[in-house]
Ligand binder design. Structure first.
Ligand code: BG6
Length: 501
């Protein structure tokens, strides 16, 4: 399983003991991601025996009520991998504290329950709640003294979106820092817990052959794509305010870009790694307002067919305003103005209701300098591609030109392929890896505030222009790869979106 890059977990792999407090214990994130991930860690023997999981929420539930609810949802979600003995042990860890996120006295009750439990004095506070409540909860925790580290450590885990734009991110950060120090704040980007994302670093820096080629002398352009066949599920309330640029690009895809483009860090410690990522973000050429249309493209899906089934258009989704111009597809062209990458376009795109769900980085090499085969039946040589598949499977693929069988000199594209799909039972996801890192205090796969701030600076000019131009948005039928017009971002005629590995 992937651990933090410079994981501080013990050799046994056992997480440090703690109480894991979930705010928003009955919400989507807790139910669909956190609790299954914690269960999986338990199944793999990674949780300390004394670890407890404390749900904080408004329902008038006892521990038993919450356990019953969690058991049913884990059985439903994990079906084949659920084991009764592990489930029994896991449910025994659960405690429920009824409380209102705004009410100071309820935090005193939480505090009392945590003390009464005894057990570990290390505490994790996981904010699996609406982003506009992050600052309130962190302040209530602080006011009730729950942030103090006099006995054991305290860690605050904050989900994306971290702010709504640059200004709100700054304000949020200032409020979190009223009580918590940077060492205590874990800004999670679950993409960084995906094993192939970490594999980008291993592949780049554990092999000698590639690194000398990854620069403006050899690389024509880079594409980073995250496509989803699913729609917005029941998240209209959040998504219609956010849109694809905030939801995916400001966070996950810019993080991918930093890993592909960064210089080798001095070592694998969190700060060294994050320093290099920030350098990349700082080197991205700002997009001036007048150039937004040349650098950014947005669109929204209409009704269509995905995997053979009819699906509604975005405006027909439950909870979406019928006049919404929120983008469900966004593409950006960015330049990184440093010695390594100056002049190489990075095309980034994401969309919902595309034909398939996949994430990949596609790196196209330049053509060889000499057209040696011009006079032969090889009319035009295809360029080399290096393809890094993040999901559904981890994969590394290098496309090279080789001679076709036969007497004539013809070329064919051959793929050197290292694809790796784990079995369902063995698979441990991004959240498992990151939760373990929080318990072990490893921040290398979490965002430092300056990373978040520089990422907002990249997208902020685009958001501002789009916010003013609310009367029109391009559309694409669900199940297609997005509108043709997105190709207006390309620098050259032979640049096209690469949709598959
Ligand atoms: C989340 C976004 O952060 O990432 C979702 O809010 C998106 O809209 C999801 O679907 C994609 O992540 P994954 O791991 O499901 O590919």
């Amino acid at each position: 399983m992937p651990g933090g890059i410079a994981s501080s977990g013990g050799p046994s792999g056992l997480a440090h003991p703690c109480a894991f407090v979930i705010f928003g214990a009955t919400g989507n994130l807790a139910v669909n991601k956190l609790l299954p991930a914690l269960y999986n860690l338990d199944r793999h023997g990674r949780l300390a025996a004394s670890m407890t999981i404390v749900g904080f929420g408004r329902r008038a539930w006892s521990d038993a009520d919450w356990r019953e609810d969690v058991a049913a949802s884990l059985r439903e979600q994990l079906k084949t991998t659920i084991q009764d003995d592990v489930l029994g042990r896991f449910l025994g860890r659960l405690r429920f504290v009824e409380g209102d996120l705004q009410a100071a006295e309820d935090y005193q009750r939480l505090r009392a329950r945590l003390l009464e439990e005894g057990g570990s004095t290390n505490l994790i506070f996981y904010l699996a709640i609406a982003p506009d409540l992050y600052s309130v909860v962190s302040e209530r925790l602080g006011e009730s003294g729950l942030h103090e580290e006099s006995a054991g450590w305290r860690r605050l885990v904050v989900e994306k979106p971290f702010g709504y734009d640059l200004e709100s991110a700054r304000m949020l950060d200032a409020r979190l820092h009223r009580f918590f120090t940077e060492k205590q704040i874990f800004r999670i980007d679950h993409y960084l817990g995906k094993s192939t994302i970490q594999n980008i670093l291993v592949f780049r820096f554990a092999n000698l052959f590639l690194e000398p080629l990854l620069n403006r002398n050899y690389i024509d352009h880079v594409q980073i794509t995250h496509s989803e066949d699913k729609g917005i599920a029941r998240r209209a309330g959040y998504y219609d305010q956010a849109g694809a640029l905030r939801d995916m690009i400001q966070s996950h895809l810019l993080q991918m870009l930093t890993l592909v483009a960064m210089e080798p860090p001095a070592c694998l410690e969190a700060e060294a790694l994050r320093d290099e990522k920030v350098k990349v973000l700082r080197s991205i050429r700002p997009i001036p307002p007048r150039a937004v249309h040349a650098h950014a493209f947005r669109a929204q899906y209409t009704r269509g067919m995905v995997r053979g089934k009819p699906v509604p258009g975005y405006l027909e989704e439950e909870g979406v305003s019928p006049h919404s111009t929120t983008e469900t597809y966004a593409a950006l062209k960015l330049y990184i103005d440093n010695w390594r990458w100056r002049g190489v376009p990075f095309y980034i795109r994401t969309g919902k209701r595309l034909p398939e769900g996949s994430s990949m980085v596609s790196i196209r090499f330049r053509h060889p300098p000499q057209q040696l085969f011009r006079e032969t039946p090889i009319e035009q040589l295809k360029p080399n591609w290096l393809l890094l598949g993040i999901q559904p499977c981890d994969s590394l693929r290098l496309e090279v030109q080789t001679k076709r069988e036969g007497l004539e000199l013809r070329a064919t594209t051959t793929q050197l392929d290292a694809t790796y799909c784990e079995s369902e039972a063995a698979r441990l996801g991004a959240y498992e890896a990151l939760l373990l890192d929080v318990m072990n205090g490893d921040q290398s796969l979490f965002l430092r505030y300056d990373e978040v701030e520089w990422a907002w600076r990249v997208v902020d000019p685009v958001l501002k222009v789009w916010a003013q131009e609310r009367d029109f948005i391009h559309t694409y039928p669900a199940g297609s790869w997005g509108p043709e017009e997105s190709s207006r971002l390309f620098d050259q005629d032979d640049h096209v979106w690469r949709n598959a590995l």
